[in-house]
Design a protein around this ligand. Structure first.
Ligand SMILES: [Zn+2]
Length: 752
């Protein structure tokens, strides 16, 4: 039987090296026709938990695996075919876009791969402008690429494409001003102003809030910004709507004036109240006619006006009931506001830069239901906590300069017989399969659960197609389409043999977040364990004879128990109350929206030993000399006293230097005589020797794979910073949690 799998089963209790040197990849999707293998959608964009779809619901149940898709629809791409045509070819029955998996009945007709209807091809589609001939529709880019973007004709607009509009909401309570964040926000905006996406119509505005709401008139004719304060926060109105939103190009000098003044403007204030709700209401009123993006910086718990909140963290005496309540919003104010915003094409993005509880679970609803995004910088202080202010700056720079789409909607279609039933991510569901995304950004991911309603046995393959319709920052209406095709199989071994363990983890994490909100953290933890036990049991039953002392996993699911163990120890799902409530809620929010690769890396960061640089071969596919360091387990037993380790996390790269490191490494890479002289670095010195060059190339390579630059921290094993490294060694036993090995022992008793 093992031959059928192509490789032996793994006894998890004995096999200590599960991680392949280059990490876990998505399993390849294989069809009988080589052509179909070569054109499928990239797994970075579109993935399914099962790369072989069971032909019946029954078969799916037998496999004990969840069926769902994860998508990163607006990911930054280096190559994207863009097409302009007068007619976009779509199925007349189900509205699917023509794609590489349709069947051409003849040169004038195509059969839809989602609903099987035969459609006529328009004349235009058959004409090849290059050779000026008719016929052979298969040469068209629409059927050559699984990812494509159309410039949409007028019938894809309900109104002229909106301008890019950016409105910043600034908490200026005294606690907020004390953190110094205003300086960092304003400086970054001043530096990056030319890179903010938009055309000549782009607009910008600012609202500040403490007990009152402060508006800024930015008319170019004024000598300096004119501040208007509204004190009636219970019934907010816009004092004088002109020149609150102004042209980013024409009013540039007065905008710069304001950004220069803001950091010091409220230094003397002792108002420590934050009227976030009224500020958001004002912002919504201001943007309602156009739509756009609201960016909120929140440092304190909002305690007055509509949307006021109370500190619920204080009440957490025992974990279960109080925690479940506190994970859920305490008011529907922010959700309602978000739904109103969504209908006006307004998204709300949130930066929490708090030192104390702000109730992220309530406030984050403003972003969750408006297609917004959420950032969290606990213990932020501009000068006292430089590590955190660097992370904030990196994230904010990326935020203001990355691509953005406005007034977007996304629809995901699937082959007849399948249906999509539960959505995960930040959006507003407009109809069963239409997601409203007032903004879309290139860093957000989405998940969908899928069920099999009818037998698929008549089909050799099924397809999913996601279409994202949006207005670009240049005022163009565009449609980005991704099509994923998967083979259908008829027996359970084939299903198990096509499982994508990372994708399963990503989907189960999203389902567990919902579970913890609906029925509590303990139930969510149990659900994780049940999935692992189910998966391992289902596999066991396919094995002929089982040694009693073994815990057997298929090679394709060997990492799944490890990921599960790690997520159970994360800030989101750990059982003890040592983690702050806002940190827990933020982790859960991230599980709902991070693209898969980032999600996996935040549960289980990549760890490489880099001290044997001279003896490490070079990676083959790089132009530079990049050492091919192998990945290792996150376990203190892998850490050697003479070693140096790189830990690659989504927001930070850590280099951890152990005490017996060679003098050679110290001198050639760290530029110090020996370990005793080494203190700490925030970048690798540029030394003129091959070891230094190779290590720097390696780090640069890791950074290139990220959507934005992330900083590097290099420190000793006895440094104050050591927890940045050590707490990610998640396979070790923790203060109140089992080691990975102990976890496996528990699983064994449950599987047998
Ligand atoms: Zn169709």
């Amino acid at each position: 039987f093992n031959k059928l799998w192509g490789t032996d089963s793994i006894n998890l209790l004995e096999q200590k090296n599960l991680i392949p040197p280059h990490g876990i990849k998505s399993p390849e999707i294989r069809f009988q026709h080589e052509y179909m293998n070569s054109i499928n959608c990239s797994p970075d964009i579109f993935r399914c938990t099962l790369t072989k779809i069971p032909e019946t619901k029954n078969l799916l149940q037998k496999s004990r695996l969840p069926l769902g898709i994860l998508i990163h629809p607006f990911k930054d791409l280096t190559q994207l075919p863009v097409i302009q045509c007068s007619t976009i070819v779509r199925c007349r029955s189900c509205r699917t876009y023509i794609n590489p998996y349709v069947y051409f009945v003849d040169s004038k007709r195509w059969k839809c791969n989602l609903c099987s209807r035969v459609n006529d091809l328009p004349e235009e589609f058959q004409y090849d402008p290059v050779t000026k001939t008719y016929g052979d529709p298969s040469r068209r880019p629409e059927v050559k690429s699984a990812t494509i973007e159309f410039l949409a004709p007028a019938d894809y607009m309900v109104r002229p494409p909106q301008a890019a509009v950016y409105l910043y909401l600034l908490d200026i309570s005294s606690a907020a001003v004390d953190t110094g964040y205003l300086k960092q926000v304003c400086d970054t905006l001043l530096e990056q102003m030319d890179l903010i996406p938009g055309d000549s119509r782009a607009q910008i505005g600012f609202i500040a809030y403490d007990s009152f709401i402060h508006f800024f008139n930015l008319a170019e004719s004024l000598n300096q910004p004119h501040e208007q304060v509204v004190c009636d926060i219970d019934d907010i109105f816009i004092p004088c709507p002109d020149n609150l939103l102004v042209s980013l190009t024409e009013n540039r000098s007065i905008v710069r004036h304001l950004l220069t003044q803001l950091p010091t403007r409220y230094l003397e204030s002792s108002d420590n109240i934050s009227a976030l709700g009224p500020a958001l209401q004002a912002a919504q009123k201001l943007l309602a006619p156009i739509g756009g993006r609201i960016t909120v910086f929140q440092c304190t718990l909002p305690t007055i006006g509509p949307g006021a909140l109370t500190n619920r963290e204080l009440n957490l005496k025992n974990a279960s009931k109080e925690l479940k309540n506190a994970l859920n919003p305490s008011t529907d104010f922010y959700k309602k506001l978000a739904l109103d915003c969504a209908t006006q094409y307004i998204a709300v993005d949130l930066f929490f830069i708090n030192n104390q509880y702000v109730d992220i679970s309530s406030i984050s609803c403003a972003a969750k239901f408006s297609g917004g995004c959420i950032y969290h910088f606990p213990n932020y202080h501009y000068t006292n906590n430089p590590a955190q202010s660097i992370l904030f700056e990196q994230a904010f720079q990326r935020y203001i300069t990355r691509k953005i789409g406005f007034e977007a909607v996304m629809r995901v279609r699937c082959s007849r017989g399948l249906s999509i039933h539960t959505f995960h991510g930040n959006f507003f569901v407009r109809s069963t399969d239409l997601l409203s995304l007032p903004n879309c950004n290139p860093d957000s991911g989405f998940g969908m659960q899928v069920s099999i309603d009818e037998s698929l046995s008549d089909f050799q393959h099924v397809c999913f197609q996601a279409a994202l319709l949006y207005t670009s920052s240049k005022g163009e209406r565009r449609i980005r389409v991704h099509t994923l095709c998967l083979p259908v199989v008829g027996n359970v071994n084939d299903v198990l043999n096509g499982v994508d363990q990372q994708c399963v983890m990503g989907l189960v994490a999203k389902m567990a977040v919902d579970k913890s909100l609906d029925s509590g953290l303990n139930d969510a933890r149990e659900a994780f364990i049940n999935v692992v036990v189910d998966v391992l049991s289902a596999y066991s039953t396919t094995q002929n004879s089982l040694p009693n002392l073994a815990l057997i996993a298929s090679p394709l699911l060997k990492m799944f128990p490890l990921y599960t163990h790690s997520i159970l120890r994360s800030n989101g799902f750990r059982s003890d109350l040592q983690v702050r409530l806002d940190d827990r809620v933020h982790f859960m929010n991230q599980m709902k929206t991070l693209p898969l690769s980032t999600l996996i890396q935040s549960i289980y960061p990549d760890l490489y030993p880099i001290h044997n640089v001279a003896n490490t071969p070079l990676a083959l596919d790089c132009d530079e000399e990049v050492p091919d360091f192998p990945l290792i387990h996150l376990c203190s037993s892998r850490i050697e006293a003479q070693g140096v380790y790189v830990m690659d996390k989504p927001e930070l790269i850590v280099i951890y230097v152990c005490r017996s490191i060679s003098k050679e490494f110290c001198q050639n890479v760290l530029n110090v005589e020996n370990y005793a002289n080494f203190n700490e670095l925030s970048e690798l010195p540029e030394l003129d020797n091959p070891l230094s060059l190779r290590i720097r190339n390696f780090i640069n390579n890791l950074q290139m794979l990220k959507p934005h630059f992330v900083s590097v921290r290099i420190f000793r094993e006895d440094s104050r910073e050591r927890m940045l490294f050590v707490r990610n060694l998640v396979e070790d036993r923790g203060e109140s949690s089992s080691s990975y090995y102990e976890f496996l022992q528990q699983l064994k008793t449950m599987v047998h």
